[in-house]
Design a binder for this molecule. Structure first.
Ligand code: HEM
Ligand code: NAG
Ligand code: NAG
Ligand code: NAG
Ligand code: NAG
Length: 316
């Protein structure tokens, strides 16, 4: 159970449901200052979360809010975290688009009505100061599997390793102290094409066995490396982990299948290195074969303020 008081910053999820809400600021008028209204709502996120979470603490409503680089100054008035920047499209062996977004809400719970109620009250409070750019509702799929059938999230840091991997070290970057950089990408999955690939080939794509999630040995240097190898970032002998909480989403009747990727990190360069390895390849050209079956449709970087920083945003 998530302890009261740390609702915003709990990033190691594992909940049954999640809503991923990407918002853009509406236009302001002389009588309607959109960014000032939105800033008040953002700064009150912890109160709003409690209002809803208290109705069933045991179902782990947890909310984090991220702010995009282009909206940071007007929404927060705070000095910029060192690595805060917009996501830039990657045009490598595969393509990753950059898409609009000023504010992002990651809303998780073990039952669907709590995220629904949080979103309802949130949108009410924004009172027209934001427009919804994108909204995805994801669900836990069997034993934490992606729609491709593989267990997702195994290598996430746990326990005392979460904070060093996800929170900015204040002595390196005082403006970001205690907060987290966040990458979100909505992917569509071509399940028909993927399911035509024999299981032993699928296992080579991820670098793990499908039924029981056992790690396979790394590929020979000449081969296209598996996903798990391309996303392992080791610099100067130190491995840099991130915390992911991806969720499948979709609508079989509409032939819609997807994966919402979400990764929290203490550093943007770690996220960018993983993306470059996947989309450009190692060496360039030897990209992540997952991307032959899975296409990125959105791309955003966010900064998630620490609870302490969040409480200074808006006119609270
Ligand atoms: C649709 C997109 C994606 C799917 C379905 C997916 C799925 C998976 C799966 C099944 C694993 C192996 C099990 C595990 O350790 O969790 C994995 C590992 C991993 N993925 Fe992804 N992934 C996706 C995109 C990404 C992206 C965009 C990044 C980073 C920018 C990323 C970063 C990682 C990392 C860091 C690991 C762990 C590597 C290790 O240390 O073993 N993934 N992913
Ligand atoms: C990606 O680069 C290729 C080759 O330089 C170019 O033809 C293509 O238009 C680019 N795609 C996008 C979406 O910018
Ligand atoms: C919501 O915005 C409208 C203007 O669009 C304003 O008249 C109204 O007072 C606002 N409501 C709240 C609760 O701020
Ligand atoms: C933060 O960085 C400083 C300077 O590199 C280092 O001495 C300290 O151990 C780091 N703190 C944490 C919690 O990692
Ligand atoms: C790795 O070491 C080099 C040389 O000492 C240094 O310039 C670089 O900043 C280090 N990289 C990281 C991520 O620590």
């Amino acid at each position: 159970m998530i302890p009261p008081g740390d609702l915003i910053q709990t990033v190691n999820g594992g909940t049954a449901y999640a809503t991923f809400l990407t918002l853009v600021l509406a236009a302001s008028t002389p009588l309607f200052n959109a960014s000032s209204i939105a800033a008040n709502v953002i700064g009150a996120t912890n109160d709003l979360t409690r209002n809803v979470a208290v109705r069933s603490w045991s179902h782990n409503l947890a909310v984090t809010v991220g702010i995009g680089a282009n909206a940071w100054d007007q929404l927060t008035g705070l000095p910029r975290p060192a690595e805060l920047r917009p996501f830039e499209a990657i045009n490598g062996s595969q393509y990753a688009p950059a898409t609009p977004g000023d504010i992002f809400y990651h809303i998780r719970s073990d039952r669907p009505d709590l995220p629904f109620e949080f979103e309802r009250q949130l949108i009410d409070q924004f009172n027209g100061s934001v427009k919804v750019q994108d909204k995805v509702t994801g669900f836990r799929y069997f034993d934490a599997r992606a729609l491709q059938g593989f267990v997702d999230g195994t290598s996430n840091p746990v326990g005392s390793l979460i904070d060093p991997a996800t929170r900015v070290n204040g002595s390196i970057d005082p403006n970001g102290a205690g907060g987290s950089y966040l990458l979100t990408q909505k992917y569509s999955v071509n399940l028909d094409k993927w399911n035509q690939l024999p299981t032993d080939q699928q296992e080579k794509v991820f670098g793990r066995t499908k039924p029981d999630n056992i790690e396979l040995p790394d590929q020979a240097p000449a081969d296209q490396k598996p996903h798990k190898q391309l996303t392992t970032v080791i610099v100067n002998g130190t491995q840099h982990d991130i915390v992911r909480d991806n969720m499948p989403f979709g609508d079989p009747s509409e032939d819609e299948f997807g994966c919402f990727f979400i990764g929290y990190s203490a550093a943007v360069w770690v996220l960018q290195q993983m993306l470059d390895n996947m989309f450009i390849g190692v060496p360039p050209g030897k990209y992540d074969r997952l991307l032959d079956f899975t296409a990125a449709e959105t791309g955003n970087y966010w900064f998630v303020p620490s609870l302490e920083m969040l409480l200074t945003i808006g006119g609270n």
